[in-house]
Design a protein around this ligand. Sequence first.
Ligand code: ADP
Ligand code: MG
Length: 228
Amino acid sequence: MPEAVIRIENVTKVYGTGEAAAAALSGISLDVERGAWLAIMGPSGHGKSTLLQIMGGLDQPTSGQVHLDGTELTRLRPAELAHTRARSIGFVFQSFNLLSHLTALENIELALWFGGKGDDRARGMALLESVGLAGKAHLPPGALSGGQQQRVAVARALANDPDILLMDEPTGNLDSASEAELLSLLSSLHGQGRTIVMVTHNPAVAERAQRVVHVKDGRIDKERFNGA
Ligand code: ADP
Ligand code: MG
């Protein structure tokens, strides 16, 4: 049996309380093997982003368990969780979450600093270069297009050389040339043994993954293995 690097067991997530309580996840279980490339698809509002955030320890399940590399995330203290996250996970948010008062380069340097690798300007520049944005290093996110901000977010996610990349619609704002470049970057990261989980609405993007899971009403509705 290949090892599961991420194990989601019977996870529920309820937002709100009382009459306003609504389940975003309704008892979902999912194993992601080390080195897998998984795509998550499904209609809007059915729990894809919630699932990804819980996988990355950015949100807590209401019930159920989340294991990352064999460690149960809900048992970790906040500082341990933050450390684990910074070391092994790169996250690309659906809305980028770049800090608007920092430049593109500083956004990446901050992530390098959190990862404990020091504020390495050369590495920050190399990361921006890898997403084709070296020339925009000194601009704040507000001066960049949506697609450029998305690429900065991808570069930031790669800052600490994470084993696991969790990406929420990482190609959602890209033109087709940038999308092709990002997919080839992801292919090479996957080829180096990294685990990739990406939410996408784009069937052509999902096609690049090995496995596609469809989420509906906070549960796995169906899944398929590409090329199998
Ligand atoms: P998807 O990514 O598939 O579009 P989400 O995981 O973002 O879906 O959302 C699933 C459901 O949970 C939606 O009904 C959404 O409104 C709700 N939801 C998500 N985040 C929150 C939150 N922070 N507070 C309250 N409800 C939320
Ligand atoms: Mg979403």
